[in-house]
Design a protein around this ligand. Structure first.
Ligand code: CA
Length: 327
């Protein structure tokens, strides 16, 4: 069985340079990832070797860090176009092995929706990957609507990926004299904090009525649902549609419009739980290469109690359906 994997990052020195110039985070990395990460993010022959060794037929590529929020608007729009053109060069260099999620200029949502259209229509990208908030503004705020509207119109999914949380949130919720600054840093980001933020972003989108406005919109989130799945019953109880004024309850939107990936967390328990909750049609594969590159990236799927049909859906068939491609 082959895999199509959806949360697979790369970096490019030209884009890192633009972000460096404005002191934005050059690459989403923490001490946990070690110093070799830049090499792994930029080395394509090594990436293809990893794919060949681990049954990965296709990776959907995304630029690891978006264009930073300190980059001036005009330059950010151009940098995103450059980033997407670079992604396309990689796709063309290895026919059949890569697809692309666009990087969008969140500073200008109208330009972002235009760039999404260019990437999908002219370069056959299969969606876009959004990272965290933009200048403290959550994705459910009205100014970002053109991006979601365009994604629905083009029938492509938007992958919401975590990013570093605001310093004031980190200070209030994660910093402590009782453990080291590194523990606080990792806890606030890759360990827990930025995942719960994506969970909150997803709930805010649902509660803002995004799926009443755009019922065919598809959102993908990683890390087994970024803490939301185990709270769906509670959310329906406390925030039912009589309270929210929405057409449906929170869990109905989550189970219909949201797709979940493992992001390299190779846990059979999580897999079986999420499949039971969401249905196998709503689970898609991802490894989070090269941040996570498990030696056996799908043994946990093969050894699970799922049926062969369910395993195939998760390994590649759901990706084929949602991205409208054929392995
Ligand atoms: Ca990732």
């Amino acid at each position: 069985m082959k895999l199509i994997t959806l949360e697979e990052h790369y970096a490019d020195l030209r884009i890192m340079e633009i972000n460096n110039k404005y002191s934005s985070h050059p690459v989403s990395t923490t001490p946990h990832h070690g110093t070799g990460i830049i090499e792994d993010l930029t080395n394509f022959p090594k990436r293809v070797q990893y794919m060949d060794d681990n049954n990965v037929a296709i990776q959907v590529l995304s630029m690891t860090s978006p264009i930073g929020e300190n980059v001036p608007n005009e330059e950010a729009i151009k940098a995103c176009q450059l980033a997407n053109n670079i992604t396309k060069e990689h796709i063309d260099a290895y026919p059949g092995r890569f697809l692309g999620f666009a990087t969008l200029p969140m500073c200008d949502p109208k330009a972002a929706s235009k760039e999404l259209e260019r990437c999908v229509k002219d370069m056959h990208f299969v969606g876009a990957l959004l990272a965290g908030r933009f200048k403290g503004r959550m994705l459910n705020e009205k100014e970002f609507l053109p991006i979601f509207q365009k994604a629905e119109e083009l029938d492509v999914p938007l992958y919401i990926h975590p990013a570093f949380i605001p310093p004031e949130v980190k200070k209030a919720y994660y910093d402590s004299d009782a453990y080291s600054p590194q523990v606080a840093f990792e806890l606030s980001s890759v360990g827990y904090g930025w995942h719960s933020e994506v969970g909150i972003q997803t709930l805010r989108l649902i509660l803002s009525g995004i799926f009443d406005k755009f019922p065919k919109l598809k959102i993908i989130i990683g890390h087994w649902g970024e803490t939301v799945p185990c709270f769906l019953d509670r959310l329906d109880f406390m925030l039912d549609k009589n309270v929210t004024g929405l057409k449906r309850n929170v869990s109905e939107y989550f189970k219909d419009n949201v797709y979940i990936t493992p992001s390299g967390i190779t846990s059979t328990d999580q897999l079986e739980y999420v499949v039971k909750l969401m249905g196998a049609e709503h689970v898609i594969y991802s490894i989070d290469y090269p941040y996570v590159n498990p030696k056996d990236p799908y043994g946990f799927l093969l050894n699970s109690s799922l049926s062969d049909e369910q395993k195939e859906l998760i390994a590649y068939k759901n990706a084929e359906n949602i991205l409208k491609i054929k392995l």
